[in-house]
Design a protein around this ligand. Structure first.
Ligand code: HEC
Length: 179
């Protein structure tokens, strides 16, 4: 009798522990694995360590600083001057608010230093080359995520390709390699 009670107690504990582990795994995975709408792109692992293609500063409403990075295939294509970009190319665009650095400006004695501030809603964008999968959009899939890894909505993802069309002669990519 006592043994049976102990047995069922252990079983309940095991079930609770297993439940907690499943929930934790789901929460950890869901955060950075939610696919962007339309193109179904998830954040590629290791993108933050990719090589630098160039930098840019947007004024106006965006007012940000941005870095454009490429995976191995993309960087090689850029350096070889190869167009169109080969299959598997991924270009990442990171953005941060453009903010004055008080710390640096104290040293200069005037306002001249601007640095990356907090991440805006449009923190992370990707262009992924897969000519077959993305035939309708010039062979590119597009995705945008915020700092929490949450993808932007479908309407925004519809706006990507039409706006990149003017760069058709350079395979829909605006950014040139900064040597
Ligand atoms: C209003 C037009 C416009 C829209 C909409 C737009 N882009 Fe761009 N995109 C540009 C321009 C212009 C650049 C280069 C300018 C710069 O970086 O300052 C650029 C740059 C990029 C880059 C760096 C590679 C390149 O082409 O220079 C990526 C990646 C990118 N956009 C992804 C996206 C994604 C993903 C979306 C949709 C969520 C999107 N863009 C929507 C105009 C647009």
């Amino acid at each position: 009798m006592r043994r049976a009670k102990l047995g069922s107690f252990v079983m309940v504990l095991t079930a609770i522990a297993a439940g907690i582990m499943v929930c934790m795994a789901f929460a950890a995975g869901a955060a950075d694995e939610e696919a962007a709408p339309i193109f179904g792109i998830t954040i590629p692992p290791g993108y933050r360590d990719w090589k630098l293609i160039s930098v840019a500063h947007e004024e106006g409403k965006l007012n940000d600083l941005r870095a454009i990075l490429g995976n191995e295939v993309g960087i090689k294509a850029y350096r070889d001057g190869k167009l169109p970009f080969p299959e598997g190319t991924i270009i990442a665009r990171l953005a941060w608010k453009y903010v004055a650095s008080e710390e640096n400006n104290k040293v200069f004695g005037r306002n001249q230093s601007f640095v990356p501030g907090p991440a805006p809603e449009w923190y992370l964008q990707f262009m992924v080359k897969d000519s077959r999968k993305y035939a309708a959009t010039g062979g590119w899939g597009f995705a945008q995520f915020n700092k929490e890894g949450k993808p932007a909505d479908e309407a925004l993802h519809k706006s990507c390709f039409p706006c990149h069309e003017p760069a058709k002669a350079r395979d829909f990519v605006f950014t040139r390699y900064a040597p």
